[in-house]
Design a protein around this ligand. Structure first.
Ligand SMILES: Cc1cc2nc3c(=O)[nH]c(=O)nc-3n(C[C@H](O)[C@H](O)[C@H](O)COP(=O)(O)OP(=O)(O)OC[C@H]3O[C@@H](n4cnc5c(N)ncnc54)[C@H](O)[C@@H]3O)c2cc1C
Ligand code: FES
Length: 278
């Protein structure tokens, strides 16, 4: 595998909801290569002007952090990263300023596989909604039907609603505390959505979010006969298949035996039938 270290120019950075940051980065080669569900390993401290990307990574006080593509604009040569500030790395990332240089590895990982026909139904919970925006935009560009079921803690902590409406034929927003289209988590919202709607053609469900939510989504898809792909979130070290920190247990569809795969290279997206939900 060819690993690419690149630097991009930060075009904007800010908060879109409490603790939820968004950064737009200009780097045309990365924007044109990015596939839905792929991610970057980000150096969370700015690279000094003219400094080589590798030395910038050696200066960082911690490992690079994995962040997915949330949106890509190939014409402008930019991509958007959206992230929750959850620790030192993402806090440092949220403090970048316009004009800073961002060092990253990627695009990395095996992302979502778009179906040939029918409807892409994206189901996201919390920060799991982020990669699904890029996915739905790509699906619409291919002429596929698109629908989004997104779950949040509360309406005040909900984000990207307008952006999901823009790329989806139908949206259904859920909140644990009520106040949106459905009260409950995204897995329960999916069941209500499918009971009330008939999406065009075969449905492929693509999901990202908390493990219990994705387990519920995978179970529902198995019962109803929908194809389902899940994006797993493991702690990562190298992001490039070397350290084995991100090993996850799956069951090979061909052999039926449990085995371990690297989430960073063979994933993060897997066929839901392969995942061992324990
Ligand atoms: C493939 C992939 C794509 C991701 N994409 C996004 C994204 O688009 N937006 C986003 O907000 N986050 C994303 N994450 C999660 C993000 O990488 C972590 O939140 C980040 O690394 C935390 O770093 P930190 O230094 O801020 O916090 P740390 O101090 O390292 O951790 C803070 C808290 O987050 C938990 N945490 C750290 N890493 C992970 C992880 N990989 N999975 C689950 N919990 C974790 C820790 O256990 C701890 O409770 C992604 C993770 C993966 C594996
Ligand atoms: S993070 Fe190192 S092998 Fe996956």
């Amino acid at each position: 595998m060819r690993t690419l270290v690149r630097t991009g120019l930060v075009r904007s950075v800010g908060f879109m909801a409490p603790g939820q940051a968004r950064m737009v980065v200009e780097e045309p080669a990365t924007a044109s290569a990015a596939q839905p569900g792929q991610f970057l390993e980000i150096d969370c401290t700015p690279a000094a002007d003219g400094e080589c990307a590798r030395s910038a990574s050696l200066r960082a006080p911690f490992l690079r952090r994995p962040i997915s593509f949330c949106n890509v604009d190939r014409v402008a040569g930019t991509f958007t990263l959206a992230f929750r500030v959850s620790g030192a790395g993402t806090d440092a990332l949220s403090r970048f300023r316009t004009g800073d240089r961002l060092s990253f590895l990627g695009p990395l990982g095996h992302g979502f596989t778009l179906p040939a026909t029918g409807t892409c139904l994206a189901v996201g919970g919390g920060i799991g909604v982020y990669p699904l925006l890029h996915l739905l935009r790509a699906a619409r560009e291919r002429g596929l039907g698109t629908a989004a079921v997104c779950g949040y803690r509360s309406p005040e902590e909900a984000f990207l609603l307008d952006e999901f409406r823009e790329v989806s034929d139908r949206t259904f927003f859920a909140s644990d505390s009520g106040g949106l289209d459905f009260t409950g988590h995204a897995g329960a919202a999916l069941e209500a959505f499918l009971a009330s709607q008939t999406p065009a053609g075969p449905v492929t469900v693509l999901t990202c979010g908390p493990f219990p939510m994705m387990r519920a989504v995978a179970g529902l898809c198995a019962r109803q006969g929908h194809a389902c792909q899940v994006s797993l979130e493991e702690r990562m070290g190298c992001g490039t298949g070397i350290c084995l920190v991100c090993a996850c247990k799956v069951r090979s569809l061909e052999r039926g035996e449990p085995e371990y795969r690297r989430c960073c290279t063979e994933g993060p997206v897997f066929d839901a039938r392969e995942v061992v939900w324990e």
